[in-house]
Design a protein around this ligand. Structure first.
Ligand code: GAF
Length: 388
């Protein structure tokens, strides 16, 4: 039995135990790994995520009233809220990612029925793998199907994002929700975050004798919210200083000279990260599609990590140690993935070398008294969908 099938059965059982009835249906939405292009999405730049086979399953039944009753296996609790009481500023904790979807749909003039929901997830939370987008997007997909809203994938992602931004108060960009919705098995998504164009790029590393190893540092996220918002502000200021609508609009050609004209050394580094990482997305996409040597993606991953560490300053010692140890142990390249300040490192690995790499990462973490990292091989999977 695969992961989603096992999670599906346990979620259906949890629904029956909680509501003493069968759900109308079950839905799944995945988390993601971003291959490259970090903090570029709120600068109108490019990103390259894959959807994971791990995520959140929701068993859902329509109610006749406007109440939302949600059981979460992770939180080990059941919470209730009247949909009319949900608004920006509501203190809902994890329920915000669910209830916020109903609020966002109501704001769009959609007729929003109450729901009974049981949730279960198999994605580590706070590891930079978008467990929150998998929660908001599974809710949006299920609500849309049950209420007959007939929404496109982009609309489902937009509802999920509105829930996170407006009700949960997490100022995310567009990447995670689009990845959770548009994922396709065997493909990475090149997303132009200005036009919201999603291009599916073949991403079957095993066909090249390679794999994408994910190593979770288990480093607790400290100060994430404030730091993320600070980076967004810095990027806006940098764009303003450079006289462009967004950092996406700064050409790579002549970059040193362009940045040299900036008065703030800090903003110069922030801008350099965003502009070069967005360009690295394009370089990786070319390597993935032109039939050339995919191993050359490795150094671009490591360059991205150096840029996040030195220019954007969003790494922490735990992930830097893992990144270095993975490269020293033979990975073709490695970088932190996700918003930063902890979370996971991904490595481009020769197939068969994964165990050795994880062992090296564990040894390095132990030498520094860091938490023991956990590793798994990521494959690109499908986005949000109805299971039954
Ligand atoms: C978090 C955000 F939610 C994304 O929108 C993106 O900005 C990412 O950090 C950094 O690339 O996951």
């Amino acid at each position: 039995m695969n992961d989603v099938a096992a999670l599906q059965d346990s979620t259906a059982r949890a629904f029956r135990a909680q509501f003493d009835a069968d759900p109308d249906g079950l839905w799944f939405a995945p988390g993601r790994v971003n291959v490259i292009g970090e903090h570029t999405d709120y600068n109108d730049g490019f990103v390259l995520p894959i959807a994971l086979p791990l995520g959140t399953v929701a068993a859902v039944r329509r109610r006749d009233d406007r109440r939302l009753v949600v059981h979460s296996s992770e939180a080990d609790e059941t919470r209730e809220v009247e949909l009319g009481d949900v608004a920006p500023g509501s203190k809902l904790d994890w329920l915000a990612y669910v209830a916020g979807v109903g609020w966002a749909a109501g704001e769009q003039g959609l007729d929003v029925p109450g729901l009974d929901i049981a949730l279960a997830a198999d994605l580590p939370q706070g590891a930079g793998l978008s467990s929150s987008a998998s929660l908001s997007c599974v809710t949006a997909r299920a609500w849309s199907d049950i209420a007959g809203w007939d929404l496109s994938g982009d609309d489902v992602a937009a509802l999920g994002r509105a829930a996170e931004n407006e009700i949960a108060g997490a100022p995310t960009g567009v990447m995670d929700q689009l990845a959770s919705v548009h994922g396709r098995a065997g493909h990475a998504m090149r997303i132009d975050t200005r036009s919201i164009d999603v291009t599916q790029i073949p991403f079957d590393l095993s066909a090249h004798g390679l794999s994408l190893l994910v190593v979770d540092s288990r480093a607790p996220h400290a100060l994430v919210d404030g730091e993320y918002a600070e980076r967004r502000t810095s990027c806006r200021e940098a764009a303003l200083m450079l006289g462009v609508p967004a950092l996406r609009d700064v050409p790579l050609e002549g970059l040193d000279e362009t940045l040299g004209r900036m008065r703030s050394e800090l903003l110069r580094r922030r801008a350099r990260h965003v502009i070069t990482d967005s360009a690295r997305v394009e370089q990786v996409c070319t390597l993935l599609t032109d039939g050339g040597d995919i191993r050359r993606v490795g150094p671009l991953l490591s360059a991205s990590h150096a840029s996040m560490r030195d220019d954007f300053e969003i790494t922490v010692p735990q992930v830097d140690v893992l990144q270095e140890s993975l490269v020293a142990a033979g990975a073709l390249g490695a970088r932190m993935t996700g918003g930063g300040f902890g979370g996971c490192v991904i490595a481009l690995a020769e197939a068969g070398s994964e165990e050795e790499l994880v062992a090296a990462a564990r040894r390095a973490a132990a030498e520094h008294d860091f938490a023991e990292p956990a590793g798994f091989v990521a494959v690109a999977a499908d986005g949000a969908h109805r299971l039954r």
